[in-house]
Write a protein that binds this ligand. Sequence first.
Ligand code: URA
Length: 213
Amino acid sequence: MSRRRAESPALQLIPDQLSLPSLREAAASCQACDLHETGTQTVFGEGAVGATVMFVGEQPGDREDLAGKPFVGPAGHLLDEALARAGIDRDRVYVTNAVKHFKWKPQGKRRLHQKPNATEIAACRPWLDAEIATVRPRLIVCLGATAAQALLGASFRVSIDRGRVTERPGLPPIIATVHPSAILRAPDDESRHAEMEAFVADLTIVARRLKGQ
Ligand code: URA
């Protein structure tokens, strides 16, 4: 475990007996970084122990922050559509984020998403490690650069290495792809369509691997 992770105050909150309910309850009072002041609540992962694949996003968005559930807003709907097209059963998936509080700044009446920094990602890492140890997925899928860099290091480039299986000691095999929000932000219909097709192609690699092909 890296020194930065070892120093995260979140480590003190990890229960001795790992279970998703005990982790969720403990994470609800996490103040390991300042984001607990901006987020409405801790948005913990969702899914079952034994889920074959864990999807890791960046952080909850506006909708997720209010609902207390990951990937329930527009990015989540796009993820659901891509999972269905790739033939991945949503019920066998665990979905979580590298950072579990919503980071935002006001813009008029809106809450504008802010990217979490390395300190916030490291502060939250014990929760992600505990989710991985509890769920024991066969494969992890990083959605976007924040999740990929959290698990694969700052030099990992999704644009270069998307769709490839990467191994890291102590972790299940990891595949990184784009974040669904990047597809939603595509400048026009044509590029949005192309990006969606590439996303589904990456998830099809995941589906084949899960089927042992
Ligand atoms: N984006 C994320 O990375 N995670 C969510 O839960 C929602 C949007």
